[in-house]
Design a protein around this ligand. Structure first.
Ligand code: SAH
Length: 360
C-alpha cells in the first residue's frame, strides 16, 4: 500500500525559502530597514531562534506580523530517536506532508550532520532503503538548510556543527543548485560557519555534475559510491551505471582532483557474497592504482525486506588487507546509531509502513 502524505497541516511559507528580494519588499512595505532581512535570517541560522517571538531585537508589532505571514522553520519534527552512542536521528515532516531523515553524529571533537537532498531517491541502488519507492521531489534550499538548523539546535547552547556529510536520502548531484546554495549560506559566518573543507558530498557518480561541481572551484570533499570494480557487477548493484560506466566516473573524479586538489574518496558497500571476495578487492586495487584516492568500506547495514547480507568479518579483513598490500589507503566506516536505523531511508520507510498498517 502506498502511503499518501498527510497534508492536513497547511503551513505558512518558511523563512529560509524566501528569496531576499521578496523579504526586502515585505519589510520595505512596512517601513522597516532592509537590514531586518539579514537580522532575522541570522537569528534562525546562527541564533537558534525557532519562533519570531524569540527575536527580541525586533519591534513587537513586526514580530507579530512576521508570525502571521511566515514560519521561521517550515519543518516539523515527526520523530526524534537517540542512540546509546548519542547519535540523533530526526524524521522531519515537510510542508507537503512528505518526510525526510537527517542525523547528528557526535564523536568529540566533531559534530557531524548527515543531511538529505531529495524526498526518496531515483538512483535505485539495489541495497539502499532510500530508493525503494523512487524519487518524489528535490528538496528546496530552505529544506536542506533546516536540517542543519534542526540538528544544530540539538547541540548544547555553546555547541556547533563541525562537519556536514551529504549522505542522507537522495542523490545530491541531482539537486546540485539548491544544495550549493544551502551550503554557501551554511558556510557563512552569519550562517552556521561550516567551511567547504568540512563538507563531504557523496554521489552515485554523475560525471557531468561531478565536473560542474569541480568547476565551482570550492574545497568540498567528494565521495563517489563505487561499490564494484567492474561495469558488469556495478550495473547489477547500481543500475545508473549502465548509462555512465566506471571509466567516465573515474575520469570525472580525476578532473575533480585536478581542479580542486582534494583527494577523492571511493565508497564501497560490502555486500556479503556479492562484491566482497578477494577477487573484487584485487580488481579494485588495480582500478585505483596510481590515483591519489582513498577507499571507505561500508559494511552493509541490513534493510528489512531486501535480500542482501552484511559481509563476514573474515571477508572484511581479507578485503582490507588486499587493498592495503596494494598500497591503497583504506578505512572501514564505523557504524553509528545502528539501533536507531541510521542507514539512510530506513526510519522513513519504517514509519511509512507503520502508518500504512494503522490506516488499514
Ligand atoms: N546518493 C548518494 C548518497 C547516498 S548515501 C550516493 O550514492 O553516494 C551515502 C552512502 O551510503 C552511499 O555510498 C550509499 O550507497 C550507502 N548506503 C546506502 N544504504 C546503505 C546500507 N543499507 N548499508 C550501507 N551503506 C549504505
Amino acid at each position: 500500500m502506498q502511503l499518501l502524505p498527510d497534508v492536513s497541516v497547511v503551513s505558512k511559507p518558511a523563512l529560509l525559502d524566501q528569496p531576499s528580494d521578496a523579504l526586502h519588499s515585505w519589510f520595505g512595505e512596512r517601513g522597516q530597514p532592509l537590514l531586518r532581512v539579514k537580522q532575522i535570517r541570522r537569528r534562525v541560522l546562527a541564533g537558534r531562534a525557532e519562533s519570531f517571538e524569540q527575536m527580541s531585537d525586533l519591534p513587537k508589532e513586526i514580530r507579530g506580523e512576521l508570525a502571521e505571514h511566515f514560519t521561521p522553520l517550515g519543518t516539523h519534527i515527526e520523530r526524534h530517536l537517540i542512540a546509546s552512542d548519542d547519535t540523533h536521528k530526526l524524521l522531519l515532516k515537510l510542508h507537503d506532508g512528505r518526510t525526510i531523515e537527517c542525523v547528528l553524529i557526535q564523536e568529540a571533537p566533531r559534530r557531524t550532520a548527515c543531511i538529505s537532498t531529495q524526498v526518496g531517491c531515483g538512483m535505485g541502488c539495489v541495497f539502499c532503503a532510500s530508493g525503494i519507492n523512487g524519487v518524489v521531489r528535490n528538496l528546496t534550499t530552505g529544506e536542506i538548510l533546516e536540517q542543519l538548523v534542526r540538528l544544530r539546535n540539538l547541540t548544547p547552547v555553546d555547541g556547533r556543527l563541525s562537519n556536514i556529510v551529504v549522505m542522507g536520502m537522495g542523490e545530491p548531484l541531482a539537486n546540485l543548485d539548491s544544495l550549493i546554495e544551502a551550503l554557501e549560506i551554511a558556510g557563512h559566518k552569519d550562517g552556521l560557519g561550516i567551511g567547504a573543507r568540512h563538507i563531504t558530498i557523496s554521489t552515485v557518480g554523475l560525471p557531468v555534475k561531478m565536473r560542474a561541481l569541480a568547476d565551482l572551484g570550492k574545497q568540498y570533499h567528494l565521495a563517489v559510491s563505487l561499490h564494484a570494480p567492474n561495469d558488469l557487477l556495478r550495473t547489477r548493484i547500481v543500475p545508473t551505471n549502465s548509462k555512465t560506466g566506471i571509466d567516465d566516473i573515474l575520469a570525472a573524479a580525476d578532473y575533480f582532483f585536478e581542479k580542486t586538489g582534494r583527494q577523492v574518496t571511493y565508497e564501497y558497500v560490502l555486500l556479503g557474497g556479492l562484491n566482497d571476495s578477494p577477487r573484487e578487492a584485487r580488481e579494485l586495487a588495480t582500478l585505483l592504482q596510481g590515483r591519489k584516492a582513498h577507499v571507505n568500506l561500508i559494511p552493509f547495514n541490513k534493510v528489512e525486506g531486501l535480500p542482501y547480507l552484511s559481509p563476514g568479518t573474515d571477508a572484511q579483513t581479507v578485503f582490507i588487507d588486499t587493498l592495503r598490500r596494494a598500497g591503497i589507503s583504506v578505512k572501514v566506516r564505523k557504524r553509528k546509531g545502528s539501533e536507531i536505523d541510521a542507514a539512510c531511508g530506513q526510519l522513513r520507510r519504517q514509519v511509512e509502513q507503520e502508518l500504512a498498517v494503522a490506516a488499514i
